[in-house]
Write a protein of this length. Sequence first.
Length: 341
Amino acid sequence: MKKVLPISLVLSAMIFVSCESTKQESVAENQEPAKVEQAASQAAAEKDAKKESAPASTAISSKTQYKKLLQDIKISVLSSPRETVKGRAFAAPYKIQVTNLAGEPLASLKMTAEYPSSRSQESVNYAKAEIVTDQNGVAEFSAPVPELSASASVLFYPQAPSSDPDLIKLASSIAAEAPWKAKSNLGARTGILVSIVDYRQDGRINIGNGSQPSAQALTGSLWKAGFMGAQNADFHNSIDADDPVRIRSDALKQLSGNSLFKYVIYGRVKYAGEITKDADGYYSVTFNGDLGALSISDGQVLLKASKSVTVKDKSEWKAISNAQQEMAKLFCEEVIYSLSN
């Protein structure tokens, strides 16, 4: 026979279950806000931690701030592009990193990239560009397509708050330097007359058989560099006078209307002093040289440069010959990175 529970007991059980359910819901409701609050606190803490670990941006607005920055800064060149040719873009950008002396990156720092932009005979003129470091203190500079040929440098330093010469001088003293090289775009067959005057130890022009060793050495160096249109010439009196007008006139007379030749490269190589001999029997020779280049079509002087070399050798003759060869190499490099269309 089936046993029936009293109604009072059933009602009591239902009330108990209902209370327990309500109690559990109340606990759950009380726990949810706590969890949400805890999660929010944790997210805020993580955000603050990230703020603390991220490099602070660097803003410079005063002369005092700038000088303080320069005392605690390190600028490193991470990479530089290979040399190019005038009129041809560099294959890659320059990449630098800026930190303080403790190695911590300086973020959002405005930097100046100072690069070659034009040439005035022996002088290379520079232009400036602004770059900004990222959170790792890294910045890139994509140099403009070279409008000149030159072997020079790009300088990187913090952008000064003003054009105060003292600040620029201070910045230059801590600047990072990277090579900037753009070779001449002259064609291999471009006609070039080469006339270099050699002098004796007494200061007189070396005239006579084999009297142009420096001219021959420079022409040979130009051929090796790919300028096969170079050819020796002799304008020694006009070059001795350092007179570009006379040099051009001599060239025009020699060419007699030949339009294949575009330039004259001229110069002088002189003894800086007497040849000396040391206790070990080595002869020492020092030469001073000056180099110029002009356009035959209009006589414009395109290049002026000065060089010096010192060579030692057990043989006096070899010391002299080697010094002339070394001077020719310096002259050649100057032409390659200066003369262009």
